[in-house]
Each structure stands twice: as structure tokens, then as C-alpha cells.
Design a protein around this ligand. Sequence first.
Ligand SMILES: *[C@@H]1O[C@H](CO)[C@@H](O)[C@H](O)[C@H]1NC(C)=O
Ligand SMILES: *[C@@H]1O[C@H](CO)[C@@H](O)[C@H](O)[C@H]1NC(C)=O
Ligand SMILES: *[C@@H]1O[C@H](CO)[C@@H](O)[C@H](O)[C@H]1NC(C)=O
Ligand SMILES: *[C@@H]1O[C@H](CO)[C@@H](O)[C@H](O)[C@H]1NC(C)=O
Length: 389
Amino acid sequence: MSMATTASNRLLLALTLSIVVVGAAAAAPPAAAAPPSAFRRVYAFGDSFTDTGNTRSTTGPYSFGYVSSPPYGATFFHRSTNRYSDGRLVVDFLAEALNLPSFLPPYLSLSNASAAAADGGGGVNFAVAGSTAIEHDFFARNNLSLDITPQSIMTQLAWFDDHLRKANESSKVVGDALFWVGEIGANDYAYTVIARDTIPTKLVRTMAVQRITTFVEGLLERGAKYVMVQGLPLTGCLTLAMTLARPDDRDNVSCVASVNRQSYAHNRRLLAALHQLRRRHPDAVIAYADYYAAHLAVMRSPAAYGFTEPFRACCGSGGGDYNFDLFATCGSPAVNTACAQPARYVNWDGVHMTEAMYKVVAGMFFHAGDAYCRPAFSDLLARKAQGKP
Ligand SMILES: *[C@@H]1O[C@H](CO)[C@@H](O)[C@H](O)[C@H]1NC(C)=O
Ligand SMILES: *[C@@H]1O[C@H](CO)[C@@H](O)[C@H](O)[C@H]1NC(C)=O
Ligand SMILES: *[C@@H]1O[C@H](CO)[C@@H](O)[C@H](O)[C@H]1NC(C)=O
Ligand SMILES: *[C@@H]1O[C@H](CO)[C@@H](O)[C@H](O)[C@H]1NC(C)=O
């Protein structure tokens, strides 16, 4: 295994967390600035970049097992909400942009009784940290299932069906909702990296994109008319990848070139698949949120977005260029405080972003025309308002 491979391998620790129950819904009402939106419901899917509390700390051997502890949540919620950040995620800024009555509660926090209320209150979040695009069985068959989250994106689709039953919702609601497919697939590459001889990157790409396509098709078959799909970010710019890669494995934004190439190729394949889906489903809007381009714009000129620290983890330990130690990560007993100014940092805990970065990315998706979202978010809203997807 090369050093670069080790780097991607370590990413698995980062985006992984076993899923457990609970997760209190952080339902502080978003600021009521925007006009009432055409969308009254959002259903969200994805991994730790989108999870609003379907996970929590684990006692497992891996790092990043302290999401339920301070200083997670310190900036905005002033307590941990089991989000992997100091505050709001992109999906929370979406709730604000749409003026929903609350942030999306995590599916696993809802009882039969509260499912309907949550549904009427703006929607539900099915994303779970560590989740994969490819089904868990594939990893198990290849002896790669140790300590990984058993939920794939298709599990989240089954959760969605269960939720509709519990909330007694009709297909009318499905056709009216916005489906937010957060970044998914980074874990698939990470989990398989120790088995590259038998599971080459190309195979992971083919399988992962095929599963995402099947998932989106599943939403469309259930009557979804408005779907937004995120691509992968620059996984090679995450602090963890930077600390573990060979120093000469770098690209023009000083990130890990080999890992970024992997994300780039994945996104290309995903875009082609979405293009096919649009042809088969001309009665639906399928937008692509270009996380890669948004992330790249920030890494090219961090200062233009208010960042002075593109690589150092705000909540980490060890100091130096990265302030990151895999064995003493954010929230662990040794690391119970964060940096003084999280808004100056892109990276929060070595893998996940600060609220400030998520806010920048959300702004690019929602307010920058079609530069980072195609068709533009405003276009999606207009089509919804006219009832013409
Ligand atoms: C998984 O592990 C078992 C037991 O060690 C072994 O027999 C099997 O061949 C392995 N499978 C793969 C795909 O490596
Ligand atoms: C919740 O609803 C499901 C299906 O609608 C049902 O099978 C289950 O028994 C219910 N649970 C409780 C605690 O009522
Ligand atoms: C479920 O919805 C249908 C139609 O909207 C309604 O007739 C039925 O009474 C509802 N059932 C429950 C248990 O609320
Ligand atoms: C700069 O690096 C990024 C990330 O690796 C890559 O996507 C992009 O194509 C590169 N740009 C140029 C001009 O090489």
C-alpha cells in the first residue's frame, strides 16, 4: 500500500461512524428572513456531511467518535446536536433559504406519533454518517465490513418508505417535496482502499454511481419531481488526507492530487448518469450541485471567502501545519476546545467542514446562478412555483 493509498484509507475513519439510535432533533426555527418558499418539505439523504443527528458518538476504536461531545455544535447550537461541525450544515442553510419552520429532524429520532408532525413541519433527514452508495453486503463479502456503518443510500430509501407509512403521507406530498441528495460515495472509496488489488477504483466508481442512479430513479418512481444531487467535494483537500499523503502528491491548490482525481472522475461519471436520468424522466427536475467546483473556488482563494486557514483543523490537536492527530481528535477528552475563530477555518475536525465553510458552499449552491448548481436553484424554485417541473 502506497502512502497515498494510506491517505485515502484513513478517510474511511473520518467519514465513518457507527449509527446508533436517538439524536435529539435540533429544531430551533431558522431565521424568518426569506419570503415563504414554494417548497414546504425537504427530504434529505447522504452521509456525515448531511447527517443532522442520525448518528452519535461511538465507543469504537476509531477516531471521530465524539460527535455527541463539546465542542461539536459550539458555534451555533451551543451544544452538540450530533452534527459533524461547529454549527449548521449545508442542508440547514437550505432549510433557512426555503424558510422552513424548522431544521430537518433526523429520521431515527421520530416516533410513529411524531413522524407526521415532522413531515408537516418541513421534512425529515435520512442521512447517516459513514453511509455508502454501495450496499453493505458488498463490503461484507469482501471482508471489509469491520466497524463500518451498515446503512447504504438504499437503506435510506427504505427508511423513507417507512416514514411515509408512519406519517400516512400520499404521493401528492412526494411530488411537491424537494429531494436533497447530499454527498455520498466518499466512504465507498475509503472502505475499499485496503483491497485495491481486488477492488480497483474504477469498479468502485462504476458500482457507486450505479447505486446512486438506482436510488434517484427510486425517488422518481415514487413520484419525486424536484431532486438536487450533490457531487463529491475535493476529498484530497481534507486535513486528514493532507496529513497522510506523500508530500509530493499535490495538485495546483496544494491538496492531495491522487485523491482529488478520484473525486473528479466520480463526479464526471455521476453527471453522465444524471444526464441519462433526465432524458428518461423529462417530467422531473434533476439539478446537480457542484460541490467540487464550490470547494475548488474556496481552495483557490481562501481569503476571498474570509478564510485564513485552508488546511488546519479548527478542532484538533498537535499544532503544526494541520493541527491534527488521528489519536486525539475533536471532542475526545484531550480535545474539548476548538480554535478561537472557527469562521477563519475551512476544516472543523480534520474531515468535516466548519459552519462558515458550509455557509459559503450553501451560498454558492443557492445564490450564484448556475455557476455551482445546474439548473440554478432559483430556476428550480421558479418551476416549483409554476407547478411545472
Ligand atoms: C474472507 O475471509 C474468509 C476467512 O478468512 C476467507 O475464506 C475468504 O476467502 C475471504 N474473502 C475474500 C473475498 O477475501
Ligand atoms: C409504528 O408503525 C408501524 C407501521 O406503521 C407499526 O408496525 C409499529 O407497530 C408502530 N409502532 C408503535 C410503537 O406503535
Ligand atoms: C391516512 O390518510 C388517508 C387519506 O389521506 C385517510 O383517509 C386516513 O384516515 C389516514 N389514516 C390515519 C391513520 O390517519
Ligand atoms: C487544479 O486542481 C484541481 C483539483 O485537483 C483540478 O480539478 C483542476 O483541474 C486543476 N486545474 C488545473 C488548471 O490544472
